[in-house]
Design a protein around this ligand. Structure first.
Ligand code: PAF
Length: 286
């Protein structure tokens, strides 16, 4: 496995690599969810292709006061995960390489990025789009793999890729969960034992709301109230948001009459968790 430490090395690697190249962009602190993304990338690339994992804690997607400084950094373990799951190279640039002095260009998706997490974290998706566009331009992957846990991020990146005619296939991978349902996230390691116990009620509340929809409920206010009340009662924290949105446009719905996503965020102590579930209308029409 090659370690690519600079933009020059990464760009050079691409020109000599066999096709196709599949990229897994990460911020490190890799867990089994990332491992599943790397496995999927390996499958997509096949024997002839090349899998590159980027590990870069991107400062521009953190607002002042967020957890940039304490974001978990576990490089040695991350390298081991990449190696064991068949990555061919790991790209680990410095912040100065990605944002050199004088860097003054941003990439912003202006529609899908507005609600949900975008409302609570202004500028977050601008940082994500800017770094992902840079990674795409440096490595020129054929395919890039993203997890569905960050559903809005996935939608925003798909839209950016489409709008900017970036020649990259965006591949989604289902959320990987712990045995009690909690979606795997690098931020789960911030939780202490009490927080971790409270956290398991978060996905459970979303599942209860989905069960209500599966029983025929189409009123979005009733579905989201079930989720909101369950999250508040189970985790001891009122959610930052609970919304049922159109799966494509991310626009809030009033009736569950199309393919939708139930998305939520909650803070348990200092730890902000997000999750989402797909919901279909009761008659199955999507
Ligand atoms: O999902 C993440 O880890 C990050 O937002 C990403 C896509 C690697 C961009 O920094």
């Amino acid at each position: 496995m090659r370690t690519l430490g600079t933009v020059g090395e990464a760009a050079g690697f691409r020109t000599t690599a066999a096709s196709p190249l599949v990229l897994v962009p990460t911020m490190g602190a890799l867990h089994d969810g990332h491992a599943a993304l790397i496995d999927a990338a390996r499958m997509r690339a096949g024997r002839e292709g090349t899998v590159v994992v980027s590990i870069f804690v991107n400062p521009s997607q953190f607002a002042p006061g967020e957890d940039l400084a304490r974001y978990p950094r576990t490089l040695e373990k991350d390298m081991d995960v990449c190696l064991r799951h068949g990555a061919d190279a790991v790209f680990i640039p410095s912040a100065e390489e990605i944002y050199p002095p004088g860097d003054s260009t941003i990439v912003e998706e202006t529609e899908l990025a507005r609600g949900l997490c975008g409302a609570a974290r202004p500028g977050h998706f601008r940082g994500v789009c800017t770094v992902v566009a840079k990674l795409f331009n440096i490595l020129r992957p054929h395919t890039a793999v993203f997890g569905e846990k960050d559903y809005q991020q996935l939608a925003v990146i798909r839209r950016m890729t489409r709008d900017l005619f970036l020649p990259v296939e965006i591949m989604a991978h289902p959320t990987v969960r712990d045995s009690d349902g909690l979606a795997l996230s690098s931020r789960n390691r911030y939780l202490d034992a009490d927080g971790r116990e409270r956290a398991r009620h978060f996905p459970a509340a979303l599942q209860n709301a989905r069960a209500l929809a599966e029983q025929g409920e189409t009123s979005v206010s009733k579905i989201t109230a079930t989720a909101r009340d369950g999250i508040t009662a189970g985790t001891g924290s009122a959610p930052e948001y609970v919304e049922l949105v159109d799966a494509e446009s991310l626009q809030p719905l009033t009736r569950l009459d199309r393919s939708a996503v139930l998305a939520a965020a909650v803070r348990i102590g200092e730890t902000r968790l997000i999750d989402n579930l797909r919901l279909n209308p009761p008659d199955g029409k999507v």
